[in-house]
Write a protein that binds this ligand. Sequence first.
Ligand code: NAG
Ligand code: NAG
Ligand code: NAG
Ligand code: NAG
Ligand code: NAG
Ligand code: CU
Length: 209
Amino acid sequence: MQFSTLALATLASMASAQSVVTHVVTVGWNASLTYKPDNLKVNPGEMVQFQFVAGAHTVTQSTFDAPCQPISQHSNITGFHSGAQNVSASAASGMIPTYTIMVNNTNPIWVYCATGKHCENGMAMAINEPATNKTLVSYKTAAKDATTVVPGGASTGTGSGTGTGTTSGTGGTTGTTTAPSATTTAGAGILSAPLTYMLLAAAAAAFLL
Ligand SMILES: *[C@@H]1O[C@H](CO)[C@@H](O)[C@H](O)[C@H]1NC(C)=O
Ligand SMILES: *[C@@H]1O[C@H](CO)[C@@H](O)[C@H](O)[C@H]1NC(C)=O
Ligand SMILES: *[C@@H]1O[C@H](CO)[C@@H](O)[C@H](O)[C@H]1NC(C)=O
Ligand SMILES: *[C@@H]1O[C@H](CO)[C@@H](O)[C@H](O)[C@H]1NC(C)=O
Ligand SMILES: *[C@@H]1O[C@H](CO)[C@@H](O)[C@H](O)[C@H]1NC(C)=O
Ligand SMILES: [Cu+2]
């Protein structure tokens, strides 16, 4: 009992030392083709941490105009791609995969799952959806008639264009930071690799909070 209290106190202090706002998105929520939440407003300098809790999914960036396809095929942006994260494979070791991106500006970011036909079936999300008719709803409608393309043509690609930004503080705006994100991004204060693993126990502790 004392130990777990101490552990949670440590997590809490790491979170406040970090003071980078981290938005958590659950991938495979309720064992469904779902990013939850799927429509986020994120300020420049804030992080989005994808926590893969079920199934085998990816977090992959596209343009608005070409849903379910890598942004690199339709623009000069490299974009991010988590590669396929198979939760049951890593759960055996008591860990779940997490993938963290830093948002650098207010440009819309369109995210899809490159596994099978998940994107066609609605597994997509928006970060900073614009105030135009380019909505997440219209993205998902167009996705129904799209053909999913996996970056690099392999479901295990590691993508690029992410990962070395320093997690500099934003002045105590810790509103949405959670314990699990603190455990994966605190440490040295450097996001050395976007793909990390989080102890299932840490996730459980967060729910107890
Ligand atoms: C979770 O998935 C199950 C099985 O598909 C479904 O019956 C249930 O309604 C879902 N729960 C929520 C909260 O959507
Ligand atoms: C990438 O494309 C944008 C818009 O099409 C253009 O403004 C920019 O100069 C391009 N950047 C490079 C490095 O080619
Ligand atoms: C995920 O991993 C499990 C256990 O290794 C395996 O049985 C399953 O086929 C994998 N699923 C996918 C979609 O790769
Ligand atoms: C948005 O509106 C413009 C101008 O009316 C139209 O050309 C375009 O097709 C619309 N796009 C979507 C995704 O509805
Ligand atoms: C934000 O900038 C960092 C550092 O340049 C880069 O690694 C990362 O990919 C960028 N984030 C996005 C979503 O493009
Ligand atoms: Cu998926």
